[in-house]
Design a protein around this ligand. Structure first.
Ligand code: NDP
Length: 253
């Protein structure tokens, strides 16, 4: 299989969960490139699993200088960048999602910074290094379409990502750079251990599973396959839109 042969990709948050699933799917289709995250240990483990065509770059996506360095180092190593997967995000450690009465201004800013602001500036900092015709994939969430208690800020940030995909794809049309959102439903990743106490993780996963018509949680590889499609030349007529991969969850009330 070689849908992404020699395409150079940057996958933020590629050291865990969905990001790693995307990196594996890209590697399986012949891509090379960089995965990022903040945790050097999991970056090193993930690079080891991916093999020699991938490098790991540590950086915080909420810091402009780190974003600039991530794209410069990737370009210096590979000479071009064809695909960016803007995946890092989700839960802010030490800042659980909460009901409106418990949310501080700082909680709000942290969620918006990690999930929305960082997505916008990841694209901006990638631009000087991107090929014309590149594909940018913004990882959204089914949370943008289906409300869940205590998740209003996260859901609003992810909903805005769909608007970013529409707006940025117009802004970047001249360079034929495509921007699309890929929104996962409930995917089995380490995030659950970050948002609920360890002893409740399995119970929470079961609750989500019961909401999914296909009867299972998604896997990082499910999102990886959809990301391969959006990164590949099979999707060159798909511009500024959203693909939902959620096992049908947002179709039921
Ligand atoms: P994980 O917690 O497994 O992965 C989150 C990734 O983001 C990690 O690689 C983490 O790396 C990175 N990250 C977090 N904060 C920062 C930061 N400040 N700077 C750089 N990297 C950061 O979660 P998932 O794989 O589940 O989530 C990945 C994406 O998918 C997120 O955008 C999430 O919102 C979205 N999503 C997930 C769903 C799910 O059910 N799992 C559903 C819908 C959307 P490190 O810890 O090393 O910093």
């Amino acid at each position: 299989m070689s849908k992404l042969k020699n395409k150079v990709s940057v996958i933020t948050g590629g050291n865990s969960g969905i990001g790693f699933g995307i990196a594996e799917a890209f590697r399986n289709e012949g891509a090379v490139g960089a995965i990022t995250g903040r945790n050097q240990e999991t970056i090193d483990q993930s690079v080891k699993q991916l093999g020699t065509d991938f490098i790991g770059i540590a950086g915080d996506v909420t810091r402009m200088e780190d974003l600039e360095r991530i794209f410069k180092e990737t370009f210096d190593k590979f000479g071009k960048i064809d695909t960016v997967v803007v995946n890092a995000g989700g839960a802010v450690e030490g800042s659980p999602m909460a009901a409106i009465t418990d949310v501080t201004e700082n909680n709000y800013d942290q969620y918006m910074d990690l999930n929305l602001k960082s997505s916008y500036f990841t694209v901006q900092k990638a631009l000087p290094y991107l090929n014309d015709g590149a594909s940018i994939i913004l990882i959204g969430s089914s949370a943008a379409h289906r409300a869940a208690p205590g998740m209003a800020i996260y859901a609003a940030a992810k909903a805005a990502i769909i608007s970013l995909a529409k707006g940025l794809s117009l802004d970047l049309l001249e360079r034929k750079i495509r921007v699309n959102a890929l929104s996962p439903g409930s995917i089995d990743t380490p995030v659950f251990g970050k948002i609920v106490p360890e002893e409740h993780v399995e119970q929470v996963k079961q609750i989500w599973t019961n909401l999914i018509p296909v009867g299972r949680m998604g896997l990082p590889s499910d999102i990886g396959k959809a990301a391969v499609f959006l990164a590949s030349d099979d999707s060159t007529f798909i511009v500024g839109t959203e693909i939902l991969s959620d096992g049908g969850m947002t179709n039921i009330s």
